[in-house]
Design a protein around this ligand. Structure first.
Ligand code: UDP
Ligand code: MN
Length: 556
């Protein structure tokens, strides 16, 4: 039962409460104001200029620029990778992070002023060459071979031969459009071009002097594919078969990642049955790139693994330089230069010889073009170039070493981040990653991918993978930089990464700071780009009839 009170009682009661409430409110007001002023000062002190990421791009365009689409202006962050929209979540960086970052930034600037463009302070070429056994040097060497043997004679005047573009006529455009969405490149034109077309040799001419040991390890080539076009897949396989010295090629393992297109089922099995060196595996459920590759590793026989995408073309002389570097040191992980096959005309185009892999502070892959100083420091045009990261699609690695490094994080879904995980891991755990200008493989870069993603959300998948990578391999303050750039990921659970962390600990890998200082000292450190975001309490007191009224909340 509600107790009745007199008017006086109620007034006295309110008066008493009013005084206490007023004290509490004033206290909260003071605390909030102090907090807000401090917060404002800190943010303004550390806040750099806006970066050039465009978070307003539509999802499709944002999501897939492809790892390493090098049709973008060189040396600039491509930035059209998934970034996530700021959902207003408040980011609270680790207390020590910002001052630490400022110190690092100063230190780095000082260093850069004195030694601009120093590539790495890892072993010199000479030290590396000394790793070649005496008895094989120089007697057991040969010049890199020009090996190119198609199964049938080529028609040198056919469409796309010598890597030339095929330009469609107006009346063909409808056919082009009809097939475009099958793979987001010009499938119609690809189907017109021979699967064994010739390519112009675009290697630097000094590559012909490259010395290769007579005894090299064999490689298993692993190509995973999902909904790939018939002609691009066949051209990939044929280019491996026709341009690899046979004694170096153990097998080509094709892993079909649960594709639904009819030609990738029986017709593919029948076609490949002609070539005993090719093995086709059809996965019974979708694995995603990483787990599909791991299936391939499990089947492989050779001591070196070579991963390739399913829409590539190996150029003449591509394989020997890769195997040579691995023979010299099994901790060398090596990539060919990825030439760009135009997605519309299928033209095989040359890519810069002095470009390495880098990454943005949202931990997406980018290319970095060496400046003149850096180029001048390269020993020669044919020398391996140390690259902080790899694009991910095409590389060779010693199988035991790959396993030692824990291969890939099997928690990675479908596509993305595995290339940075492997790159960081290689450098931080005692290996090195190189790009070899004398080994060249063309790749069709495209704007988006033809296969499905979990929850139909390619951005979310990419972010999930990246979060796992950052959780394990990136240390503070750079971890905070990631959350700063991709605020959507703040507070998101990466899943269990304990096994991945155990690998890092077991191998006693170096810190992420070591990686930055030693492998990419030229890289700009992150700037915190967020503005004040959150809630401001504005208190408006109205003194009326012996009472304080009203406070007001503003969210922005
Ligand atoms: N891939 C796969 N399963 C997947 C996603 C990709 O087997 O779930 C294959 C794909 O067919 C291609 C390679 O992995 O051969 C790399 O993917 P993609 O070419 O789409 O990546 P990008 O070159 O754009 O980075
Ligand atoms: Mn690809």
């Amino acid at each position: 039962m509600i107790k009745a009170t007199t008017k006086e009682e109620r007034t006295t009661h309110r008066k008493g409460n009013g005084v206490t409430v007023r004290k509490v409110l004033v206290l909260i007001l003071i605390i909030s104001l102090v907090w807000f002023i401090l917060d404002f000062l800190v943010i303004n002190f550390y806040n750099g200029q806006e970066d050039d990421y465009n978070i307003n791009l539509p999802l499709d365009e944002r999501a897939f620029s492809s790892r390493g689409n090098n049709s973008i202006p060189l040396g600039k962050n491509n930035g059209n990778m998934p970034l996530g929209k700021n959902n207003g979540a408040r980011i609270v960086p680790d207390k020590d992070v910002k001052p630490k970052l400022a110190r690092l930034l100063n230190k780095r600037n000082q260093q850069n002023n004195t030694k601009t463009g120093n590539l790495t302070n890892v072993e010199s070429e000479k030290d590396r060459a000394a790793g070649i056994p005496e008895e094989e040097n120089p007697k057991g060497f040969h010049f890199v071979r020009y090996y190119d043997k198609p199964t049938k004679p080529r028609n040198e005047s056919g469409p796309g031969e010598r890597g030339f573009p095929y330009k469609t006529r107006k009346e063909e455009q409808k056919l082009v459009d009809q097939q475009w969405n099958n793979n987001y490149f010009n499938e119609y034109v690809s189907d017109l071009i021979s699967v064994e077309r010739s390519l112009t040799d675009i290697r630097p001419s000094a590559c012909k002097d490259l010395k290769i040991s007579n005894v090299l390890p064999k490689t298993s080539v692993i190509i995973c594919f999902c909904e790939e076009s018939w002609s691009t897949l066949l051209r990939s396989v044929h280019s491996v078969m026709s341009r690899s010295p046979p004694e170096l090629l153990e097998e080509i393992i094709l892993i079909d990642d649960f594709s639904q297109r009819e030609h990738l089922k029986e017709p593919l099995d029948k076609y490949m049955a002609q070539f005993p060196i090719v093995k086709v595996v059809h996965l019974k459920e979708r694995h995603g790139l990483v787990r599909a590759r791991i299936v391939g590793v499990g089947m492989s026989k050779a001591s070196v693994l070579t991963f390739l995408d399913s829409h590539i073309e190996c150029s003449v002389g591509w394989l020997e330089p890769l195997l040579q570097r691995i023979k010299e040191d099994k901790r060398n992980v090596v990539c060919p230069i990825i030439d760009a096959i135009d997605s519309t005309t299928l033209r095989y185009g040359q890519t810069s010889n002095t470009m390495v892999g880098s990454f943005t502070w949202s931990f997406t892959f980018t290319w970095y073009n060496f400046n003149a100083d850096q180029v001048a420091r390269l020993p020669s045009v044919t020398s391996p170039i140390k690259s902080p990261t790899m694009a991910g699609g095409l590389f060779s690695i010693d199988k035991d070493y790959f396993k030692e490094l824990g291969m890939y994080d099997e928690g990675f879904e479908v596509w993305g981040a595995e290339n940075l995980e492997l790159s960081f891991k290689i450098w931080m755990c005692g290996g090195q990653l190189e790009i070899l200008p004398c080994s060249r493989v063309g790749h069709i870069f495209r704007k988006r991918q033809p296969y499905s993603f979990p929850d139909n959300d390619n951005v979310k998948t990419f972010h999930h993978n990246t979060l796992r990578l950052v959780e394990v391999w990136v240390d503070e303050p750079y971890k905070t930089a990631f959350f700063d750039h991709v605020p959507d990921m703040y507070g998101v659970d990466p899943g269990d990464v304990s096994e991945r962390k155990a690998i890092r600990q077991m191998l006693q890998c170096k810190s992420f700071q070591w990686f930055l200082d030693n492998v990419c000292p030229w890289k700009e450190l992150p700037v915190f780009t967020y503005r004040a975001k959150g809630t401001v309490w504005i208190y408006i007191y109205i003194y009326r009839q012996n009472k304080f009224h009203l406070f007001w909340l503003l969210d922005f």
